[in-house]
Design a protein around this ligand. Structure first.
Ligand SMILES: [Zn+2]
Length: 497
């Protein structure tokens, strides 16, 4: 869709400009008249002295009275000061953009406004695929990576800085197994858990690799590991890039809740219930329309997975899931949930995007679940071929905001996990362009701060709160075993002491 030009939020009426002009004009006249009065510098009735350095033929000079001159200068300065004060207090919107921060106002220029907003509330992206980029590009050899200079793909440190990025989830993704290899009951072992551990390893080593030259005492890194919402705030307050881990599909769990717990111990803070394949826990939406369901949404084991995620404080991520999985998870999860990288189906009709009837289940009202839908930039999910632009991405943001509310939308670019990018959002340096576009469309600073990261932080805090409640209530870890496994005895009752 094309951008819809709309009035700047700072635009003011012509009448207020006229009033200001009159005020300044009046003050200016008063100021100038003090200098244009031919008698202002004269001592009344006293002949002017002539300077001895001038020839006698020179016209006699009037001598200025120092007191009157001083008074005139003070009057002029006072007038200028008063005019400036009037502008500051009554007409701040008419100040040049460069002076806008002095009165706590955003610049009128959308790009400068976006940069000002993101400088205070940087972007927390829900999904960046840098670890799989590192796996493919350098076989996980972190010593062969230089993110301080232009790096292949969409992400490096200079571009993260330019894009005002304050944090992101490093997706520790590995692809679905070949169904023929894994078997229809997902029982044949694969290397998915090993590969996920390697993804966690390459992410953590990269996070620790880059010292921050601006803070050598004590030494710290550009990226700062983050395990909680408080960690994100602490990192961004120091100008660090908060770094979280997210597992993109519970096919990476080896059908085991124990594996979930150990991923959590290694720092994972969300698990996407599915990737493009069904798994033991839930149905996927696949990639193309018409994916045949396996469980009809969540399996009973999948419900236990969500319960354990709630207990641990691992966010339930519904990107990639089938609609039935998403609906059932919204109803089953006690904690707020996320879509780490999904857009709006009403704007572009593909299975990976969230339909309106599910967006309507998002919120804090009766029958709703708090959530944040973090908009994906993948061109195939944004618009028909050739039409993916920053404006089309803004359309997705606005649609999700219209149906679910502006407190329920965020950013989940999928950078480094997508082959191409929208025009205007080519890499992590370009987030401000999206915020500038939404600023032009009338989004306020507060709303844009929510989009940048505050909405995700609220949801994350909600999940942490539920985890504390469940743990304080003595909720035991879930010891359920995937029912189709035969290598372990059936679940035994808990022993009470
Ligand atoms: Zn994905």
């Amino acid at each position: 869709m094309s951008p819809s030009p709309s009035p700047s939020p700072e635009r003011q009426s012509r009448s207020s400009r006229d009033a200001l002009n009159q005020a300044i004009l009046g003050l200016g006249k008063s100021y100038l008249s003090s200098f244009s009065d031919p008698d202002a510098d004269l001592d009344n009735g006293t002949p002017a002295e002539s300077t001895p350095l001038l020839p006698q033929s020179a016209a006699p000079q009037k001598t200025a009275d120092p007191n009157k001159t001083r008074a005139a200068v003070w009057a002029g300065l006072t007038s200028v000061f008063a005019a400036a004060l009037i502008v500051l207090l009554c007409f701040p919107h008419l100040l040049p953009d460069a002076l806008a921060p002095l009165v706590g106002r955003l610049p009128r220029d959308p790009t400068r406004a976006a940069l000002a907003i993101l400088s205070k509330a940087p972007v927390i992206d829900g999904h960046i695929d840098l670890p799989i980029r590192l796996r493919i590009a350098v076989a996980n050899n972190v010593s062969a990576v230089d993110l301080e200079h232009p790096f292949v793909g969409h992400v490096d440190i200079p571009r993260l800085r330019k894009g005002k990025v304050g944090g992101f989830f490093w997706s520790v993704y590995v692809p679905c197994a070949d169904p023929a290899e894994e078997g229809e009951d997902f029982l044949t072992s694969t290397w998915r858990v090993r590969d996920t551990l390697e993804q966690i390893d390459v992410a953590r080593l990269t996070i620790d690799k880059y010292p921050d030259a601006s803070s050598c005492n004590p030494p710290s890194s550009v990226f700062q590991p983050a395990l909680s919402s408080e960690d994100i705030k602490a990192a961004t307050s120091k100008g660090k890039i908060a770094s979280l881990l997210g597992v993109e599909g519970s096919h990476q769990l080896g059908n085991s809740l124990a594996v979930l717990r150990q991923y959590h111990a290694l720092g994972v803070r969300y698990v996407t219930l599915t990737h493009t394949c069904h798994n033991a826990f839930a149905d996927s939406c696949g990639m193309a329309p018409g994916m045949e369901p396996l469980h009809g949404g969540l399996s009973p084991f999948g419900r236990r997975l969500i319960g354990e995620m709630n207990r641990l404080g691992v966010l339930v991520d519904l990107s990639h899931t089938s609609d039935d999985t998403a609906r059932q998870a919204l109803g089953h999860s006690r904690a707020p949930v996320i879509w780490s990288h999904s857009s709006a189906r009403a704007v572009h009709d593909v299975p990976r995007n969230v339909p309106d009837d599910i967006l309507a289940l998002v919120g804090t009202g009766e029958g709703q679940t708090d959530a944040v839908v973090m908009v994906n930039f993948a061109p195939a999910f944004v618009a028909p071929p050739g039409n993916a632009t920053v404006y089309a991405v803004a359309d997705h943001v606005e649609h999700i905001a219209k149906v679910a509310g502006k407190k329920h939308v965020g950013i989940g670019s999928d950078f480094d996990g997508i082959e191409s990018t929208p025009v205007g959002l080519e890499d992590v340096s370009k987030y401000p362009a999206l915020f500038a576009e939404l600023y032009t469309r009338g989004w306020t600073q507060h709303e844009l701060e929510g989009l940048a990261g505050a909405n995700l932080l609220r949801v994350f805090e909600g999940a942490e709160r539920i985890a504390r409640v469940l743990q304080a209530a003595g909720t035991l870890p879930a010891f359920d075993v995937y029912p189709k496994r035969t290598d372990l005895p059936p679940k035994l009752p808990a022993v009470s002491h």
